[in-house]
Design a protein around this ligand. Sequence first.
Ligand SMILES: Cc1cc2nc3c(=O)[nH]c(=O)nc-3n(C[C@H](O)[C@H](O)[C@H](O)COP(=O)(O)OP(=O)(O)OC[C@H]3O[C@@H](n4cnc5c(N)ncnc54)[C@H](O)[C@@H]3O)c2cc1C
Length: 442
Amino acid sequence: MEKFDLLVIGAGSGGCLTAYTAAKAGLKVGLMDCKPEAKIGDKVCGDAIAGHHFNKLEISAPSKGLDFNSEVKGVKVISPDQSITFKMEGRGMSGSIVDRFRFGQRLLKSAIESGAEFQDSMLVIEPLTEQGYVRGVTAKNLKSGRKEDFHAKVTIDATGIAAAIKNRLPEGFVVEREVSKRDLMACHREIRGNVELEQGYCQIYLNQSVSPAGYFWVFPRDGGKVNVGVGIQASMKGPHPKTQLYNHVLQLPFLKDSKLLHAGGGYVPTRRPLDCFVENGLMIVGDAACMVNPIHGGGIGPSMFAGKLAGEISSDAIMRDDVSRKGLWQYNVDYMKGYGAKQAGLDIFRIFLQEITDDELNYGMKNKLVKESDVLRASVDGDLKLSIGDKAERAFRNIRRLDFLIKLRAVSKKMHRLKNHYFNYPSIEQFPEWRAQIKKLY
Ligand SMILES: Cc1cc2nc3c(=O)[nH]c(=O)nc-3n(C[C@H](O)[C@H](O)[C@H](O)COP(=O)(O)OP(=O)(O)OC[C@H]3O[C@@H](n4cnc5c(N)ncnc54)[C@H](O)[C@@H]3O)c2cc1C
């Protein structure tokens, strides 16, 4: 039976950053994953990451010759009838397409080199709990078939969408357990070759009939390849994302002669973050805590940011000998201020986009009821600010579609309110009241 200061379950981007940060701070850190070491980083993903995420971290951005695939200068958002393209560059839109496998391997190597003890092929089955505290985990060694207990002062659930520890907590713990299917995106993604596409721009297509309550994407990679996929709200009882990819997306002229290189699927929690990420002796990081941008599903950056915070705050709590919920609470506050508040604002914009029809969106984009600057501002800041002059001008030009503008104004107000609510994250004592307010605000 091994005892760690910190035991991190899941060696994805969130778990590796947590382990790296805590081991550097001098903790005895264990890091486990159910995959064999050679498969770490092998994840079905869009592979795009904005450069600004690395400003908050102590690790470098992807580099050429190592884990960088191609440059992203900006994002194009394309209307349902494909007649309008919003091209957004600069402010938070530039970054890179990564070699996801090498990127994952690099993060793992950083964690190991900073002192974390890595054990692969360890499937965590359940948390060990005692007197209201998480004290470690029970895991099955997939090589030997044996079950073992691992003890730690603080355990980290960084198991991605599986949320293998959070979802198996016994009664009495307060973190949200259920993530609604309406807040999950079911995706099918392929890497395809033999494609001629302008380099440097990630393309996002909004189209309710192809990708109900979701979107489809085409991200260019080097060597005439693309990362192409369809995401559909998981609660929809329609065709599978793969069927939609083959029946619609691959029919686009520039993809007709493309060749399949790799295919896979996955889920993304595209919603506001969980309202609390800590229990006594437990912290939740990354997809397991719904730390994903609700508009485009980007979760690599937020998971790494959360991992850094979790590594720092757990070290501090262990040093102070207080790993209670209260002792770990600062993690909630810092994540919400640093990214969660933006996510909460964007969640309102996501619901708005899911509810409008293709006709409304075509009209809105064509007639500048929604502008490029709105989408840019919403995705960078989580806010949608319409000035009085701006509202009047749009209303005057679009007198027949005032209903749309009224909706947009309501969305803008609500985004602002939600963002502020999460930004002003409460103390542990005021949490129940703050949590009750969320229901009212939604
Ligand atoms: C199709 C698709 C496209 C995406 N595109 C993008 C994109 O372009 N850009 C972007 O930023 N994000 C994208 N995302 C989201 C992004 O991949 C995730 O948000 C991010 O990888 C989350 O990191 P994580 O560390 O929380 O989880 P993960 O990277 O999923 O890591 C979790 C780890 O936990 C391990 N694990 C799970 N259960 C157990 C268990 N019981 N015991 C032990 N280990 C376990 C897994 O093996 C895994 O290694 C996409 C996701 C999907 C599905």
